[in-house]
Design a protein around this ligand. Structure first.
Ligand code: RIB
Length: 355
């Protein structure tokens, strides 16, 4: 049976190693100022006694924990787990842990998580914000907790953000389909309240306009979510359209939707790309591994995470007056460019003609 033991104190370690408490504290926090022999003796005592530093006490003294918060829309979407991997890489280099929060794009959940992260004295917050987050993030900053928008460009230059040019991404996707001779193109959108989704649609319309086509020629199917199930339902809508009116190409707001559409078209015996070409967005690993490898607009997911974390840690260090950015931090809005990755789901002749 587990028997609770009173934690070993720093005083016990000092007595065991024959040094002062200050020397033990230096070994833990500034080992470079302690002679190697003394450092080894103290570490041996720490190991032998099973000493574990008291993070709560340290946090009370320092005022900040050794954690950062990451609030994303949907942890089930590999886009965000890849992004979180980039955040964690950067945070762990700085000796920090990451608290991952899932807002489900729900304002109440997002607000609760922001309160929780502040209560835990995080160094700062990375967030893919839902509607209305702006005021909460501004209040957080006023209380000394910096925030960086990730996967969303900031509307103002006094807020750091890291994003991808999603308008260009939508343009790349539909330009590729137009170049393939497709006349009847559909965009399976997610909830249009999600800024990334709206930007991709804007890019799709820009590509049509450049080709001299009217905006009304883009058939928009608004999926109920940004996930596979929503894609399956959208796929059923496409499959249910008579062949002579059915889109010959479908651009989806993200890869999860595209995988759902692919599944439903295949179940309905509609061939991809011969009958319907398909383009996704994000280029998650499952895109290349799909039954018909998916053409997708690639987002640099881990780079987004690494860059956002770096900006946040710079701002937190500046706010705390720590090197290297003591007192000086220039807010920046980093925008990455998307890249079209073509695969089998759009290559080769399609069986249907134009409108
Ligand atoms: O969160 C929904 C989508 O927006 C993700 O798939 C990713 O594309 C993000 O930009």
């Amino acid at each position: 049976m587990y028997r609770y033991r009173v934690p070993v104190s720093i005083k016990e370690v000092a007595a065991h190693a024959g040094v002062s408490v200050a020397t033990v504290s230096n070994v833990l926090n500034r080992p470079d100022v302690v002679a190697e022999a003394t450092r080894e003796r103290v570490n041996a005592s720490i190991q032998e006694l099973g000493f574990v530093r008291n993070e709560s006490a340290r946090q009370l003294r320092a005022g900040r924990s050794r954690m950062i918060g990451l609030v994303v829309l949907d942890v089930a979407n590999p886009f965000f787990t890849d992004l979180a991997r980039g955040v964690e890489d950067e945070a762990s280099k700085a000796g920090l842990a990451v608290i991952l929060c899932n807002s489900d794009d729900q304002e109440s959940k997002e607000a609760r998580y922001l309160e929780l992260l502040e209560e835990h004295r995080v160094q700062g917050v990375l967030i893919t914000p839902g509607a209305g987050a702006g005021a909460r993030l501004e209040a957080l900053r006023r209380r000394g907790v910096p925030a960086v928008l990730v996967d969303r460009r900031s509307d103002s230059d006094d807020q750091c953000s890291v994003s991808v040019d999603d308008v260009r991404g939508g343009d790349l996707a539909v330009s590729h389909l137009l170049a393939g001779g497709h006349q009847r193109i559909a965009y399976v959108s997610g909830p249009s309240a999600v800024r990334q989704v709206a930007d991709r649609r804007e890019g799709a319309l820009r590509a049509l306009d450049r080709a001299g086509r009217a905006a009304g020629e883009l058939r928009v199917i608004e999926a109920s979510g940004l996930n596979v199930a929503a894609g399956q339902r959208a796929g059923a809508t496409v499959a249910g359209t008579s062949a002579d009116a059915r889109p010959t190409a479908v651009f989806c707001a993200n890869d999860l939707i595209a995988l759902g559409v692919l599944q439903e078209l295949t179940r309905s015996r509609i061939r991809v790309p011969e009958d319907v070409a398909l383009v996704g967005y994000d280029d998650i690993d499952f895109a290349a591994a799909a039954a018909v490898p998916l053409t997708s607009v690639r987002q640099p997911r881990q780079d987004l995470g690494r860059t956002a974390a770096r900006l946040l840690l710079e701002e937190a260090a500046a706010d705390a007056g720590h090197e290297p950015a003591a007192g000086v931090h220039e807010h920046s809005q980093v925008v990455f460019q998307p890249e079209l990755v073509t695969r089998e789901s759009t290559l080769g002749p399609h069986s249907q003609g134009g409108w």
